[in-house]
Design a protein around this ligand. Structure first.
Ligand code: SDX
Length: 428
């Protein structure tokens, strides 16, 4: 039986702190009394060893390369479920019955309208604007048209806000794409399921009938499932932090979109393709770029490699790598970038630098290959990540609000100037 407390010896005294148990994975030291008792705080840059909350939604084991959504292994979910069902599972904690699924899907369709005024907002952006900047702005602007989703208190109000957000966010993602392509904006088609509807809103051309390609829809559905949640990552922690101030759901999600945009986080899927294209243009010598990634004097990093938690293969990367092969085969596409990615993976995983640091391909390494095969432009890859991560952000925000987590307000170790008096400019 493991100890249920730890002892800290400091300043000639001993202090005991209880250990908070887990169902599986990391147990946590409850240090809520540390500062009052010792005058000390902890310091953990990037929170590499720090738990911010107690959660029941997603579990991942970085050493084993395991990922569970509400206890279900990602491999089973990716193979047997669909994105709408995964959204329900993450939000409500259980797989839905047939009735629950239909009611959830019908509610989303009921809210499947976005105020026309938002189209005027999209028009003011230049076509060259990065889609993630447009998406973050539109998401926050949704608040103005859905005041009910702001000051939510009950579980019912929370669930309504969640369904409003899910219904409207896919429009914003599709419209953001249309903006970059200079295409007219379409409203949804309630005869279609969630992923088909997004696909048609994004890709339907004004002058021809639209064919729903099942290969494309299946690939999109799988990718959205694989991105749906990932415990306390950077963007989810941002959504929780903003929501802990009791900011509305839409504004909290808008903050999450901005965090995901970063190339070290969700923006990596765009950076991977740009890296593979650069290697291809430079003659395809992957060893040269592996050497650059190892060179401390060179800021180049192998995008799509490494992870804060996974020190083994990211299970999502394994599924996406296989899916990339399948989809390119089904669509009859030869993509040099996939060949380069596979070469890069092989060379890196044989190199001590990557092996010692346990740097493996992550979710972003192969996803862009599939998005590109589906005709999605590189700058839209992170928007696709955001659409997938939406149910995870909402579920974590809902859990934070229902559990009554306190407003987030970390401390600091101050190493700035000591107290000193103001000096008039004439005397400086
Ligand atoms: C996502 O948190 C999540 O769950 C995120 C995510 C999700 O689903 O929400 O999984 C999605 O964001 C995936 C990660 C996408 N980002 C990238 O692919 C960008 C490239 N990867 C890295 O920048 C890096 O690996 C991070 C940011 C992902 C993780 O960085 P850490 O945990 O802070 O590790 P670190 O930067 O301290 O690196 C440790 C060592 C360093 O070398 P040393 O100083 O020990 O000599 O590994 C090296 C780093 O230089 N290193 C890399 C590298 N990643 C880490 N060297 C070369 N290429 C890389 N990609």
């Amino acid at each position: 039986m493991s100890d249920n407390k730890v002892t800290l010896n400091y300043d000639g005294k001993s202090f005991e702190y209880p250990i908070v148990d887990s169902t599986i994975g990391d147990r946590g030291i409850d240090i809520s009394k540390l500062r009052d008792q010792t005058g000390l705080i902890t310091l953990d840059l990037g929170y590499k060893n720090t738990g911010a909350t107690i959660s029941e939604i997603t579990y991942l084991d970085g050493d084993k390369g395991e990922l569970f959504y509400r206890g279900y292994p990602i491999e089973q979910i990716a193979e047997k479920s669909n994105f709408t069902e995964v959204m329900y599972l993450l939000l409500h904690g259980e797989l839905p019955s047939t009735e629950q699924f239909s009611s959830f899907e019908n509610n989303i369709k009921k809210y499947n309208f976005v105020a026309d005024e938002l189209k005027k907002l999209i028009d003011v952006f230049p076509r060259s604007a990065h889609p993630m900047g447009v998406l973050s702005s539109l998401t926050s602007a949704l608040t103005a048209f859905n005041p009910k989703a702001v000051d939510v208190k009950s579980k019912e109000e929370l669930d309504l806000a969640a369904e409003l957000m899910i219904a409207k966010f896919s429009h914003l993602c599709a419209w953001t794409y249309r903006k970059t392509q200079g295409l007219p904006i379409n409203h949804g088609d309630n005869s279609l399921n969630y992923v088909e509807n997004f696909y048609k809103m994004a890709f339907r051309l004004p002058y021809e009938e639209f064919e729903i390609d099942p290969v494309v829809v299946e690939a999109l559905d799988k990718l959205l499932i694989l991105h749906a949640d990932h415990e306390q990552n950077c963007s989810t922690s941002t959504v929780r932090m903003v929501g802990s101030a009791h900011t509305g759901l839409f504004a909290s999600i808008s903050a999450g979109v901005s965090a995901l945009w970063g190339p070290l986080h969700g923006g990596a899927n765009q950076a991977v393709i740009e890296m593979l294209e650069m290697i291809e243009k430079d003659g395809g010598d992957v060893s040269k770029y592996v050497a650059k990634a190892k060179d401390k004097e060179d800021s180049f990093r192998l995008m799509g490699f490494g992870h804060r938690v996974y020190k083994n293969f990211d299970p999502r990367a394994k599924i996406i790598k296989k899916a990339a092969d399948d989809i390119l085969g089904k669509l009859g596409i030869q993509d040099k970038a996939l060949d380069i990615a596979m070469q890069l993976e092989r060379v890196a995983l044989e190199d001590d630098y990557f092996v010692e640091r346990k740097l493996y391909p992550n979710v972003d390494f192969y996803s862009g290959i599939i998005y590109r095969a589906l005709g999605i432009p590189t700058e839209m890859f992170t928007v696709m990540f955001a659409l997938g991560r939406l149910p995870g952000w909402i579920s974590q925000w809902k859990e934070m609000r229902l559990k009554g987590d306190p407003i987030g307000r970390p401390r600091q170790v101050y190493q700035g100037a000591e107290k000193r008096n103001y000096v008039d400019i004439a005397s400086r």
